[in-house]
Design a protein around this ligand. Structure first.
Ligand code: 9WN
Length: 420
């Protein structure tokens, strides 16, 4: 049920958000939340950069640079950069990044995450005008995008494939149920009590098994292409990538570089998503069965971040978003899975609850398409969630009660942006 919280005005809410981010700053990076997530997570950091852009640009710059220290020589930007040796499972002893020639000195995971970083850099530039910092960070982001375009174009059509549920940022999304169920039944018994409300142990064991297979294949791109059993073209991952390609095209002149390849990459992603992921709504494509995974999640709306999205797709997707399948039925924006799906669960993580980061991404999408009313609804509904329940990790989309961790960094950071 809804927790009672004293009413807070905008200024007090902003101060609380900054205090959470200050408390979660370790001196080298911001942890997503105290306790459960004691390292630096990649797309979390990008959201933190966005939230801090207006208020603490110095800290935003440090956050991004700290994350970039984890980049591999292949261009791969890992989904976790470890600041301490263990304290989280799977930690450095599972990933063994230090044994890989392409890995940096700092310990990291071997997977990547949604490539939001160029959009975050663009956001920072937009609010600071700091072209020198753009020049500093730009080459790493060129390398990140080149990695996705080469090592991750497993379908050969111009989209980047994720090779693990963790790479989507939405690990227990119902979209991954089928591909996970096709994997062998694993029983490691790595029990993590804190994760109980998220995924069944059997899924967590499969996550670990998949990660170790990739590790044991030397994190090789050839193995991913030919053998790895989990390979999916996800509309949220690719929608974010497309938006970041467009951001790179705008940043390129500041770095005295040619914007054309980035703009062309964005067009390729747009066309490939329509061709391969669109069927009245965007769905993820399982490359191992070559079929769409027909469950509509909040990930379906990633392509809306594209200002060049054709009207047909734009209108149809917004209709689904505003319908009783998503926002039209819940009191709060935006459930992470359509509520009529059998897999929908209002209490479980990416299977139903609302998240501040996906609300922010959709609000950004509303802004690029001048959908003002939708934008206001997303802003006000999200602020209502954090005002009532605090900076929780996620929220029940019907009654707004908080779920998961408290003092969650991206909930605080993006609140700062929503208040501006
Ligand atoms: C696994 C850190 C991360 C987020 C993800 C979220 C969750 C981890 C977990 O926490 O994932 O990486 O333990 O479930 O799903 O989006 O980046 O906040």
């Amino acid at each position: 049920m809804m927790e009672a919280r004293p009413a807070v005005d905008d200024a007090a809410l902003g101060r609380e958000a900054l205090a959470v981010l200050e408390a979660n700053w370790t001196g080298t990076g911001t942890v997503p939340a105290p306790g459960l997530y004691p390292h630096q997570w990649s797309w979390d950091s990008a959201f933190i950069v966005i939230g801090l852009a207006r208020h603490r640009p110095d800290r935003a710059r440090d956050e991004l640079l700290s994350l970039l220290r984890g980049q591999w020589a292949t261009g791969m930007l890992p989904h976790i950069v470890f600041h301490t040796r263990e304290a989280y499972f799977p930690g450095p002893s599972v990933w063994r990044s230090q044994e890989h020639a392409a890995a940096p000195n700092v310990l990291t995971s071997g997977l990547t995450s949604p490539p939001l970083h160029a959009l975050a850099l663009w956001w920072l530039y937009r609010h600071t005008g700091d072209a020198a910092f753009v020049r500093q960070a730009y080459p790493a982001l060129v390398a990140q995008h080149a990695y996705l375009a080469s090592a991750r174009d497993l379908g050969g059509a111009g989209l980047a494939a994720i090779v693990h549920p963790w790479e989507s940022g939405m690990d227990d999304s119902p979209a991954w149920d089928q591909p996970l169920a096709a994997l062998p039944m694993i029983q490691y018994g790595y029990r993590n009590v804190e994760l109980e409300e998220r995924h069944p142990d059997s899924d967590h064991d499969r996550y670990v098994w998949l990660a170790m297979r990739y590790r044991d294949a030397g994190y090789s791109a050839g193995y991913l292409r030919d053998e790895h059993p989990f390979a999916i073209e996800d509309p949220m991952f690719n929608g974010i990538w497309l938006a970041s390609c467009q951001a790179m095209a705008e940043l390129a002149p500041l770095a005295r570089a040619d914007p054309t390849p980035h703009a062309e990459q964005a067009e390729r992603i747009r066309e490939a998503m329509i061709e391969r992921l669109w069927d009245g709504c965007y769905y993820a494509r399982d490359l191992r069965t070559d079929r769409l995974i027909k469950v509509c999640t909040v990930g379906a709306f990633g392509p809306l971040l594209d200002p060049g999205l054709p009207d047909d797709q734009l209108h149809a997707a917004v209709e689904v978003l505003e319908s009783a399948r998503f926002m039209g039925a819940t009191g709060y924006p935006v459930p992470s899975c359509e509520i009529r799906a059998a897999q929908f669960d209002r209490t479980r993580y990416w299977r139903g609850p609302s998240w501040v980061n996906t609300n922010w991404l959709l609000r950004r999408a509303a802004a690029v398409h001048s959908l003002d009313q939708l934008g206001h609804q997303l802003t006000n509904g999200t602020l209502r969630l954090v005002r009532q329940a605090g900076f929780r990790e996620c929220f029940d989309p019907f009654d707004g009660s908080g779920r998961g961790c408290r003092d969650f960094s991206w909930s605080a950071a993006l609140t700062l942006d929503l208040l501006a």
